[in-house]
Design a binder for this molecule. Structure first.
Ligand SMILES: Cc1cc2nc3c(=O)[nH]c(=O)nc-3n(C[C@H](O)[C@H](O)[C@H](O)COP(=O)(O)O)c2cc1C
Length: 393
């Protein structure tokens, strides 16, 4: 039987209109808006983009490499481009669309647009400027843990091209929070916002997880626009148990109490799995409402293998990409409905096209994030999504 929790009472009304799921008003007022003109593209760049379709040329080369190696190469190139003024200017002209009409407020933060980078892509904040030049409104950096850790043995990332999917079993490899290269806000380029995703260390027992999250929060909150509490990776043993009601109330209560004593006040979000039942999602909403968490990131990768060819179903880890799309949308829709549109939701999972992006926003997300879509479609996907948002007037 469904509980009759009053989510409106839990989340309140104050300022909620800014979070409304259907808030496309920025673009709606401008039905003649032309994203091509607004982005300042010269015809030479249009020619380059449409005729060469750069990523279609680059992708076969990248796909010849082991997926993790290809990712490393991409991130290294992006870090280099970000540090090289003509290169970052070129990336910006090719991929970004800047228009004030794309801006949106979520959990008290102004974002220049709704499209962000999902956690796990830049775990150590190595390529912040290069990634910003691609046009993202925000980057979620991490997952970072308290201590450096190597993650699971390789190979631990597998492409499933026939399904436009990835199965990864990374296990939070990262250089540790002390090595996180978060740039000071004053040096950030292109008005990008930075979220930091924090996770329990592999060797931290579950009953001491709260200590990890509190210590991590304290280390990052001054430089972050929001902090994401990751309790949903399938690749850290038992981590997902932190999504159980009692564990979540305890964890979220402790971190929000710490946040409430900290200045500036940084929004706290929690990232959840797509594999939760409706009753478990209700538990999450209860815990989020009780603790005063500002929003939910839905979703992480799934343990389901639906949509994966039989030969690859045995690969261990979390599945992302196209097969996750329907379930991730369903979770967003459920959370939005149960919270009556008052809970800010970042929608992530299987967004591979501009239509997928619009669908996720229609389901109730205020912001969206990309990961696997970038691997299969390249950075043009950011631009495609932004252009669709502009056109939808
Ligand atoms: C290789 C890889 C590594 C990831 N690492 C993290 C991580 O460290 N922390 C996290 O919260 N999510 C991580 N994710 C999950 C993504 O942030 C995202 O939630 C998920 O992939 C679904 O989105 P997508 O279908 O667009 O990829 C990772 C995903 C992939 C494919």
């Amino acid at each position: 039987m469904k509980r009759q929790t009053n989510y409106v009472a839990l989340f309140g009304n104050a300022g909620s209109s800014a979070y409304a799921a259907n808030a496309y008003s920025h673009c709606q007022s401008n039905s003649n808006f032309d994203p091509e003109k607004a982005s300042g593209y010269s015809s030479a760049f249009n020619l380059l983009r449409s005729n060469l379709r750069m990523y279609q040329l680059i992708r076969p080369l990248l796909f010849r490499l082991d997926p993790e190696r290809a990712h490393h190469v991409t991130l290294t190139l992006l870090a280099w481009a970000g540090a090289t003024p003509p290169m970052r200017a070129a990336l910006r002209r090719l991929f970004a669309i800047d228009d004030a009409k794309l801006a949106v407020d979520a959990f008290g933060v102004r974002f220049k647009n709704r499209v962000g980078l999902a956690a796990g892509y830049d775990k150590n904040a190595a390529a912040v400027t290069g990634l910003s030049a691609l046009g993202f409104g925000h980057l979620e950096l991490g997952t970072v843990t308290r201590l450096p850790q190597a993650g699971n043995p390789k190979p631990r990332v597998h492409r499933v091209p026939t399904a436009q999917a990835i199965i990864n079993q990374m296990g939070f490899p990262n250089a540790g929070v002390d090595a996180l290269r978060l740039p000071p806000r004053s040096t950030l380029m292109f008005d990008v916002r930075m979220g930091v995703n924090i996770g329990k260390g592999r060797d931290t027992p579950l009953e001491r997880a709260t200590e990890d999250y509190c210590a991590l929060f304290q280390r990052v909150y001054q430089r972050a626009d929001y902090v994401a509490i990751n309790v949903s990776s399938p690749n850290t043993l038992n981590l997902r148990q932190l999504q159980a009601r009692a564990a979540m109330v305890k964890l979220l209560g402790a971190v929000t109490a710490l946040r409430n004593r900290s200045t500036p006040r940084v929004p706290l979000l929690v990232k959840i799995a797509p594999d939760l039942s409706e009753s478990e999602l209700d538990d999450v909403l209860d815990a989020v409402g009780q603790a005063g968490i500002d929003g939910v990131i839905a979703t992480n990768t799934t343990t389901s293998r639906a949509g994966v060819p039989p030969a690859q179903q045995g690969l261990a880890g979390g599945l992302s990409g196209a097969p996750l799309r329907a379930r991730a949308t369903e979770v967003v829709r459920y959370l939005a409905r149960r919270s009556e549109g008052r809970l800010p939701i970042i929608g992530v999972g299987g967004i591979m096209t501009a239509d997928d992006a619009l669908e996720r926003l229609d389901a109730g997300a205020t912001l969206i994030q990309l990961y696997t879509g970038l691997v299969y479609r390249g950075p043009g996907l950011v631009r495609e999504a932004l252009a669709a948002l502009c056109k939808r007037a």
